[in-house]
Design a protein around this ligand. Structure first.
Ligand SMILES: [Zn+2]
Ligand SMILES: [Zn+2]
Length: 154
């Protein structure tokens, strides 16, 4: 099975060992991908655990579960990574009550005790509901049409 984060790897060779904490994320992008996958799988403890120490204070699993309850994430595009500033710019696609939306964010990551953690993010203006045509290429990079791919999980 291809990984939830839309990499070219299988889940067991991509985000799974990181989510199971058998492996640490080797880069901000790897951590970003694993957090996206954790949202897909509703592994919210992992989301809490991978915030930076400052951001984690006051965030609970219940908060995250509640804010994510109407959202089903289905595709991730990494647009660019800045390995000097440790910023990953991405577009994440989701369904909310069968409508399609995107989160377009530039996330900043920090190294704490030799592990990458999510610090903060800047949300870009085009974040919000979008329309994806049935014959458009699926945003999950499968090279299939949307109607033959992720539109089916809605
Ligand atoms: Zn992955
Ligand atoms: Zn797809």
């Amino acid at each position: 099975m291809r990984c939830y984060c839309c990499s070219s790897l299988s889940y067991s060779h991509c985000c799974e060992p990181i989510l199971l904490k058998q492996q640490t994320a080797g880069s901000p992008e790897a951590l970003m991908r694993s957090r996206f996958t954790a949202y897909c799988l509703q592994k919210y403890q992992y989301i809490v655990d991978t915030y930076s120490e400052n951001e984690r204070a006051g965030i609970t699993v219940e908060d995250i579960a509640q804010s994510a309850s109407d959202t089903r994430w289905f595709a991730l595009n990494i647009n660019s990574t800045d390995t000097t500033a440790q910023i990953v710019e991405f577009t994440a696609f989701y369904y909310e009550k069968s409508k399609t939306g995107i989160l377009h964010e530039s996330s900043t990551f920090v190294l704490e005790n030799s592990e990458w953690r999510y610090s903060t993010g800047i949300i870009h203006d085009n974040t919000g509901m979008i329309k994806i045509g049935r014959n458009d290429p699926c945003p999950c990079l499968s090279n299939k049409k949307f109607k033959q791919c992720c539109s089916r999980i809605r």
